[in-house]
Design a protein around this ligand. Structure first.
Ligand code: ATP
Length: 366
């Protein structure tokens, strides 16, 4: 097990695409680390560059105390699990798991023993003689994990390993993967574009955009205190409300469309009258009222979505759309007026796209 340290890591593809733009990042020893971001932000490139499947264009990569920047993949002591598992279709489960050991010239009896042992740990003992085509998606994923585990690497690199599974299997596989990673304690970098998966699994998350890291933090930090409006709009299964606001009343109020809200205590004296900001507040942290409320966001109920145990209401007001999570029992009628009061300690203010610092991160106390 070992930390991974990337310093000023750059990857420029032929044609000039700068897929990694001077990445500085340390993944701690034994950490479960997620790389998250929209399509094309450079997640897979970062993973493949650490694996040695792509040559870097600048900077360095260290695994433990070894500089692996110029080493071929086979000498980096990493194991990668791909989105499509990349199993050999003509080989049995045993032979697939044992394949990396064969490459390392481990004697055949020892290979078979190690493959059987790892397969047993992952609940695959009944399938050793089958080929990948005779397995379910979840079982194939376990074979791919077993193959990665069999040679006891210092680092696991997972490239969207859950994305080929159906929704239910995905949840099961996610819990399984987290337990396995905890038990093995192997430093793991996990690529996903699914923010719920990253929040659920990771010790820390790097949110990427355009080859750069836009925020690095624990799931609670990136959820509760997105550092910029890009991360704020990307994280959360219901996106954060981001509303244009103007500071008024000597820094005590925010004017949002026709509505006025008090400036949260955490921002007292940090704002200048007249300045234009963006208010961020998650739909979960607004309380809904059908009766008029002073100092609330207001609008017409235009859409009501059923979330199962709650409802997501869209209010259309002067300042745009505001979404609110409302309990399942509240009767909501489209066309009515609704009022939404933000929880003060969950209101975030962004200046020029960046979160205005307010001392103790709310996420730390969350
Ligand atoms: P996705 O979630 O869609 O897999 P990603 O975040 O993993 O996206 P990458 O695959 O790392 O993104 O791609 C980063 C950028 O590099 C993109 O603009 C992509 O088009 C470009 N790119 C990736 N591979 C190559 C390549 N072999 N040659 C040229 N450009 C490439």
């Amino acid at each position: 097990m070992a930390p991974i340290t990337m310093t000023e890591l750059v990857k420029i593809y032929p044609g000039g695409v700068r897929a990694l733009d001077a990445i500085d990042l340390t993944v701690e020893d034994g950490e479960f680390f997620a790389l998250l971001g929209p399509s094309g932000c450079g997640k897979t490139t970062l993973l493949r560059t650490v694996a040695g499947l792509e040559a870097s264009s600048g900077g360095s990569i260290r695994i433990g105390d070894r500089d692996v920047t110029a080493l071929p993949p086979g000498r980096r002591d990493v194991a990668m699990v791909f989105q499509d598992y990349a199993l050999f279709p003509h080989m049995t489960v045993t032979d697939n798991i044992a394949y990396p050991l064969r490459i390392k010239k481990v004697p055949s009896a020892e290979r078979a023993q190690k493959a059987a042992g790892t397969a047993a740990e992952l609940g695959l003992s009944d399938y050793l003689g089958r080929r990948p085509g005779q397995l379910s998606g979840g079982q194939q994923q376990r074979v791919a994990l077993a193959r990665a585990m069999a040679c006891h690497p210092q680092v696991f690199l997972f490239d969207e390993p859950l994305s080929n599974l159906d929704a239910r299997m995905r949840l099961e596989a996610r819990t399984f993967l987290k337990r396995l990673q905890r038990e093995l304690g192997v430093t793991t970098v996990f690529v996903t574009h699914d923010q719920a998966e990253a929040l659920a699994l990771a010790d820390r998350i790097a949110v990427m955009e355009g080859g750069r890291i836009r925020q690095l933090g624990t799931p609670k930090e990136v959820f509760h205190r997105p550092a910029n409006t890009f991360v704020a709009s990307f994280i959360g299964s219901t996106p954060m409300n981001l509303l244009d606001a103007a500071v008024s009343s000597s820094g005590e109020h925010l004017a949002i469309g026709n509505d006025v809200l008090p400036v949260p205590a955490a921002y007292a004296r940090a704002l200048t009258d007249g300045e234009k900001l963006v208010l961020g507040v998650r739909p979960e942290y607004l309380s809904y009222s059908a009766e008029p409320v002073k100092q609330a966001l207001s609008g017409e109920v235009t859409v009501v979505e059923n979330l199962g145990s709650a409802q997501l209401v869209t209010l259309s007001g002067e300042a745009g759309f505001v979404q609110v999570v409302v309990d399942e029992d509240t009767v909501l009628v489209t066309g009515d007026r609704g009022y939404a009061v933000p929880r003060q300690d969950r209101m975030l203010l962004y200046r020029d796209g960046d979160l205005i610092g307010t001392g103790t991160p709310a996420g730390a106390a969350a």
